[in-house]
Structure formats: C-alpha cells, structure tokens
Design a protein around this ligand. Structure first.
Ligand code: HEM
Length: 136
C-alpha cells in the first residue's frame, strides 16, 4: 500500500536524478533513452510523479507506460534485468532503508509486468526468457 510517511518528495527526486544520470551514461540503455527523450527535466519530473503516486499515493501520475514501452523496438529480458540492476544499485545509495526496499520491490514487479505486456504486444520477440529473472 502507498504510504505518505514512507519517504519525502526530495528523497524521490534524489533517486530519480541519480538513476537517470546513470541511465544516460549507460552503454546499453543510454542510446535508447537519448534517442527518445529530448527534455530530461520534464522526463524526470514525470518519473517523480510516477514514483510519488506509487510510493506515497499522491495520484499525480497520469501517463501510459505500457503502450509507450510496448512501442520501443528491441527490448529484451536482459535489458530489463540490466535496468533493474542499475535501479537497485541506485536505490541502495539511499539512507532510508524502508524506501529502498519498497522501491526496489515495486520496480521488479512493474518491470515484470511491462516485460509481460511487451511480449504480448510484440509476439515475434524473444520469448524463451521467463519473468522469474525479473522478480526479486
Ligand atoms: C529496459 C527497460 C526500460 C527501458 C529501455 C525504458 C525506456 C523508456 C523510455 C524510452 C521512455 C520514454 C517513452 C516516451 O515518452 O516515448 C520511458 C518512459 C517511462 N518509463 Fe521506462 N523503460 C524501461 C523500464 C521501465 C521500468 C521497469 C519502469 C518502472 C518501474 C519504467 C517506467 C517508466 C515510466 C513511468 C515512463 C513514463 C511513461 C509515460 O510517459 O506515460 N520504465 N521508458
């Protein structure tokens, strides 16, 4: 359940900024994001809304992640696992233990669901790699 006491908006902003700073420099993920995101402050603000809604229940996020990810060419389970590894490493830098456990757990669940939706929307994609890799 979302809990406004779990963390502050500042802690979410720190996580989002640190994570996307790493993503932008990452050899595998960087090119995918840099090709599509031209306004990084706006993307980071949207991701703060996303995590604020998911973690604190603020209901600020009104996006549509599933179709947007389903439309990205060439996603694989390995890429999702790599995204999760970077995310977990970034979350581990936060001093708030409850926040880092909750946010990592949620990220794994959402990644599993995005990957599942991706495979349904892109039946020709690799299907041999299961979801178990993406669950905590
Ligand atoms: C391989 C893994 C992933 C890649 C390459 C990826 C890439 C992207 C890209 C390029 C966008 C911008 C799409 C656009 O505006 O056209 C985006 C948006 C977004 N991503 Fe991901 N993503 C990944 C995994 C995840 C995961 C696991 C989560 C959540 C835990 C997530 C959450 C979001 C959200 C909330 C948005 C904004 C959606 C919206 O505007 O409605 N992504 N992602």
């Amino acid at each position: 359940m979302p809990d406004p006491q779990l963390c502050s908006e500042e802690e979410i902003a720190t996580l989002v900024q640190r994570f996307y700073a790493r993503v932008r420099r990452d050899e595998q993920l960087g090119p995918i994001f840099n090709a599509r995101i031209h306004d990084w402050p706006a993307h980071e603000a949207k991701l703060c809304d996303f995590w604020s809604s998911a973690l604190r229940g603020t209901r600020r996020f009104h996006g549509t992640p599933m179709p947007l990810h389903a439309a990205l060419p060439g996603l694989t389970a390995v890429l999702f696992s790599h995204w999760l590894q970077l995310f977990d490493e970034t979350a581990a830098t936060l001093p708030n233990t409850a926040l880092r456990e909750r946010v990592s757990h949620l990220a794994h669940r959402i990644a599993g669901s995005l990957w599942y939706g991706y495979q349904l929307a892109n039946p020709a994609t690799e299907t041999s790699t299961g979801l178990q890799e993406l669950t905590p």
